[in-house]
Each structure stands twice: as structure tokens, then as C-alpha cells.
Design a protein around this ligand. Structure first.
Ligand SMILES: Nc1ncnc2c1ncn2[C@@H]1O[C@H](COP(=O)(O)OP(=O)(O)OP(=O)(O)O)[C@@H](O)[C@H]1O
Ligand SMILES: [Mg+2]
Length: 410
């Protein structure tokens, strides 16, 4: 590995699955994926840790393979955060910067951001991101980048993304227990958007809907900026559970029915009976109509909750580039057709594309968040280049029981 390359890691800690992407960035900023893996998650409820050992162990177990593939031992990562407590809040701030001849500098921008955040976000929330939407100088609005411009009074209109502090702390603790420092926490859907959207879509107006196992999240972009984030506490697992309850079957069978037989194209003629049965077990038959009624009801509920959020944010039916679906739930066949009906917008499936290395293997909607996290980490300029000698070696195997040692510190 050349000296002028550095490693970055994206770690998507979901309710159902954990996924990692290890990538290299060269000095021109070109990103190549060198390691990836996915595994079952544990100890997560509705997008947030319910205990520390579950997520820590699942991250640790899953990362090993990605590390061996990438020839790199992960020490830090950009990590996804979820849960319905991830929200965005519109704020404003104003500061006096001096005389009219004063040229706006970085300190002024930091100061006005501080004013826009301090006291406006409850004390039990961590600010994950402050997105400046617009500045005004001496009352003149519509300014995107005021650096170097002259004025005496600087105002900002911003979108502040925040999450509950205990959720952030627990996620950081869980990743640290797996020997990984969470450099930054990013809402999963925001990371997914980074991986699947084009600049043009972000500029014109678009929403990403990340369909996870236990949560469904939405992020809206316009004029190149993140305008809104919201999370609904229901996801594709709810469909499985509904099927298990209504059909009185175990969740494994319900999952198999969902993945193998359900499509989002409910109106076409299909065989009226779904037959399912593993070798050695008796075959079971289910009425397709009954299955579809259950799935449709849950999907309708989820999309109508998302639509409510879009309405409140004033983006319902106001997105020229439509809606892009990511996450494992977006793998349901023809889901875009049903989403289009419910949301009355153009809908497509988003997959990360156009990266180097082994990126073809992760060109799937469920990898959007992990890839986006790695891309965001690659863009962070302050990250120091990793010394090359570490990269030449395969990762050390962590000693068994190291998790216990780490937990004893808490
Ligand atoms: N082919 C498929 N058809 C339908 N659903 C699928 C398919 N493949 C996966 N899923 C569903 O995707 C969900 C998992 O998605 P994902 O891995 O994105 O969730 P997660 O990130 O762990 O959860 P969350 O984001 O809510 O914390 C599961 O409910 C699973 O049943
Ligand atoms: Mg997810």
C-alpha cells in the first residue's frame, strides 16, 4: 500500500444486521472498497442499543472477516445511528460581527452556528450535524457562502440534526467494547443518501427512504443540502411478525414467505395459493390474498407515516427527483411500485455505484448506509493518513474474552 493512501471504515449497526465497509482513499480522494462483511445484529431495539454486549459482540464477530479481506485492523469508524429519536430541527441565529467593512471569517461562522444551536436543542441531545441552509448579511438573505464577504450583522438559518445523548453514548460504548472508536455518528439514512444520490438529485429535491428491519427513515435534500431527517419506529420485521401472528406460523416461515413470495405489485394475477415446505417437513399452503392483505396493511401504515413526515416538512409531492429506497426492506420485489402508489411520487431503488476495488459486491440497497459512512469518512479532511506499515500485515487476532475485559471497565 502506498504511503499516500489511507484507510477508512463505515460501520452500520442496525437492529437486524451489522455491516462494515473498509475502503482506501488516495491523495486525489478516489475511494476503493477493500473489505466488507455483514452479519446478524444482537442487542439492538428499534435502532438503538438495548444492551452493550450484544452489539459489541456482533460488531466484533462481523468485523474480523472484513479486516482480513482488507488487510487492515479497524481502530476507528464512522458509525450509523438510528431510532425515532433522531430528528432535525430548523434553527436561526444572529451575531454582530463589527463594522460594515468587516470580512466574514471562519470564527464568525463558528460563532453564528453556536448561537443557532445553544439553547435551541434540549440538553439531553447530542448535535450530530449543523447544516447551514442560508446566511444573511445586514438583512440581505439567500447567501450560501458568506466567507470573505463584508457586513456588520450575520444571520444563519440552519438544520440541526440531533439524537438522544444516552443513545449516542451507548452506541459509542458498544463500538468501543469491540475495540472501535466511533469517530462520528451519522443517521443511517443520511449515510445511505451519501452513497446513492447524485449531486443533481440533491440539488433539485429528492428523498431517501431507508427501509430497515425495525425502523424506516427518511432524509430530504434540496439545493444540495440536507433539509429534513425523520425516523418511523416500524420496519420490514413488522411485516414478518404480522405474518407470523395472522397465519399462526413461526417467524422463520413468515420471513421465508415474505422474501420468496411477496411482491409490491399486489394488483397482478398470481397463483392464489402459496406453497411452502422444507425437506422432511409437511408442505403448508397459504392463501395469497390473506398474505398480501397483511403485507399491504403494514406497508401502507409505514408509508403513510413517512408521508405525514414529508407533509409536515412541506416536501410531500414537492420532490422533482422523486424518492430513492434503500435498506434490506427495499429488496422486496417490486416494492417501488407500491411505494409509488402510496407516496404519489416517482420511486426507484438506490444502490451504491461507481466505486473502485470490490465495490460490485456491495452494489445492493442494504449496503448503502455502510458505503455512505465510508465515503463520509473519506471526505473528512482532518483524518490523518494511516502509517503504511500497519496495512502490510494481516490483523492481529484479538484474544478471546477481550470483550469481557473491556466491559469490566464500564
Ligand atoms: N429479499 C427481501 N425481501 C423482503 N425483505 C427483505 C429481503 N431481504 C431482506 N429483507 C428485510 O430487510 C430487513 C433488514 O433490513 P436492514 O438490514 O436494512 O435492517 P437494519 O439496518 O438491521 O435495521 P434498522 O435500520 O431498522 O435498524 C429485514 O426485515 C429483512 O426481512
Ligand atoms: Mg439500517
Amino acid at each position: 500500500m502506498d504511503n499516500d493512501k489511507r484507510f477508512v471504515t463505515g460501520l452500520d449497526v442496525g437492529t437486524e444486521n451489522v455491516r462494515a465497509i473498509i475502503a482506501t482513499v488516495n491523495k486525489d480522494g478516489a475511494v476503493a472498497i477493500v473489505g466488507y462483511n455483514e452479519g446478524k445484529s444482537a442487542g439492538m431495539r428499534k435502532g438503538v442499543p438495548a444492551n452493550l454486549t450484544g452489539p459489541a459482540e456482533s460488531i466484533d464477530k462481523m468485523l474480523g472477516e472484513a479486516e482480513r479481506m482488507g488487510g487492515y485492523e479497524v481502530r476507528s469508524a464512522f458509525v450509523s445511528i438510528g431510532g425515532s429519536q433522531v430528528i432535525s430541527t430548523r434553527t436561526e441565529g444572529m451575531i454582530a460581527v463589527g463594522t460594515v467593512e468587516h470580512e466574514i471569517n471562519d470564527q464568525d461562522l463558528d460563532r453564528v452556528e453556536d448561537v443557532a444551536v445553544t439553547g435551541r436543542i434540549p440538553a439531553n441531545r447530542d448535535v450530530l450535524d449543523v447544516v447551514p441552509l442560508e446566511y444573511a448579511l445586514d438583512g440581505q438573505g439567500g447567501i450560501k457562502d458568506p466567507l470573505g464577504m463584508s457586513g456588520a450583522r450575520l444571520e444563519i438559518r440552519a438544520n440541526v440534526v440531533s439524537a438522544l445523548t444516552p443513545n449516542c453514548d451507548n452506541l459509542k460504548k458498544a463500538t468501543l467494547a469491540a475495540d472501535v472508536k466511533a469517530e462520528r455518528l451519522v443517521p443511517g439514512v443520511v449515510a445511505a443518501a451519501r452513497a446513492v444520490l447524485t449531486d443533481r438529485q440533491r440539488e433539485n429535491g429528492v428523498a431517501v427512504i431507508d427501509m430497515g428491519g425495525a425502523t424506516t427513515s427518511v432524509a430530504v435534500y434540496e439545493e444540495g443540502d440536507l433539509q429534513y431527517v425523520g425516523v418511523v419506529p416500524a420496519g420490514s420485521n413488522n411485516i414478518t411478525n404480522d405474518l407470523a401472528i395472522v397465519l399462526a406460523i413461526d417467524p422463520e416461515m413468515a420471513e421465508e414467505i415474505k422474501v420468496r413470495f411477496v411482491t409490491g405489485d399486489f394488483d397482478t394475477d398470481k397463483s392464489p395459493v402459496i406453497r411452502i415446505g422444507k425437506e422432511g417437513k409437511t408442505e403448508r399452503a397459504f392463501e395469497r390474498k390473506e398474505v398480501e392483505t397483511v403485507v399491504k396493511a403494514r406497508l401502507e401504515e409505514i408509508f403513510s407515516e413517512i408521508r405525514k413526515k414529508l407533509k409536515n416538512a412541506h416536501y410531500d409531492q414537492r420532490l422533482p427527483e422523486g424518492i430513492v429506497l434503500t435498506g434490506g426492506g427495499a429488496k422486496m420485489r417490486d416494492i417501488e411500485l407500491f411505494a409509488k402508489k402510496c407516496l404519489e411520487a416517482a420511486v426507484k431503488i438506490g444502490v451504491p455505484q461507481g466505486l473502485g476495488g470490490v465495490s460490485e459486491s456491495v452494489e445492493k440497497p442494504e449496503f448503502a448506509t455502510a458505503v455512505g459512512l465510508a465515503l463520509l469518512a473519506a471526505e473528512q479532511s482532518s483524518v490523518k493518513f494511516t502509517p503504511s506499515k500497519k496495512s502490510a500485515k494481516l490483523p492481529k487476532l484479538k484474544s478471546p474474552g477481550f470483550l469481557k475485559k473491556i466491559f469490566s471497565k464500564f
